[in-house]
Design a protein around this ligand. Sequence first.
Ligand code: AVI
Length: 318
Amino acid sequence: MTQHATEHLKFLQDMQTALSQSPKSISPKYFYDQTGSALFDRICALPEYYPTRTELALLQTHATDIGQCMGEHADIIEFGAGSLQKIRLLLKTAQQPARYLPMDISGVHLEAASLTLQQEFPHLRIQPLVADYTQDWQLPAALPHAGKRVAFFPGSTIGNFSPAQAHAFFQNCAHHLPGGALLLGVDLVKSPDVLHAAYNDAQGVTAAFNLNLLTRANRELGCDFDLTRFAHSAFYNAPLQRIEMHLLSLQAQTVHLNGMAYSFAQGETLHTEYSHKFTIAGVQQAALAAGLQAGAYWTDPQHHFGLLWLNIPHTQEH
Ligand code: AVI
């Protein structure tokens, strides 16, 4: 089976499972078709969506300190590399990095972004890796004379993982990067009003991003979701420190997929995303549970976003 056919089948199976469950729920990874990725880029530039610009400012302000933490000749891995905008800021101050390994599931985008980056950093060895970092991944052998292996996971994408998935991710880092480190970007717990606005923007871009999942299912899976009968719903669940995104059924209705009918009651939702918010101590504790040790961290004056340096010991006890 081609990769495309495998991905199509997985989407079909996941949507069937999502619609059969109660409560209905599907992975946020299905947001990111071409339209969804373009909408996400627009979200990152919205006035209400502070995480992207706050993290970029932190990277810019502390790039020299971060470069020192990395040390000389670091072998830098980035998870979910996308447009490679953030790594540019670190590469400028990194001390002769041995290599840069951007890892992303979308090979086409990764190749294109890597070529552009190569033009800006002609002496940097760039080795794109097409892989799913939410599963177990492999790295090429370390280069002779290379320094530390440093993984960079920005954007608070870890917030879209369940706590169990986050633990498995930390464990994978501990396993694959002994003696190295993880530089992690996380969105911090803050006023519910600020959080609510970030996921309910005035222009409706986040709503379009959420609803696009249904458009994608109609196009790719032949579903018959009527987009006028669903609404974007995003709210902060304070006890669980997370934004929850749902698609809310505005009336009782039936949706079809692959010859099967699935009913929605009025007010029933299809859950599409969790976006967990963290405290610095909470992240350090969760990382420690997988063997990663707290190092320096950087936050903005409003404590909206955090960048944490987490050290990985040489030997892991299992
Ligand atoms: C990619 N991820 C970190 C974003 C977030 O904030 O959880 C996705 C997003 N969902 C709605 N707006 C942005």
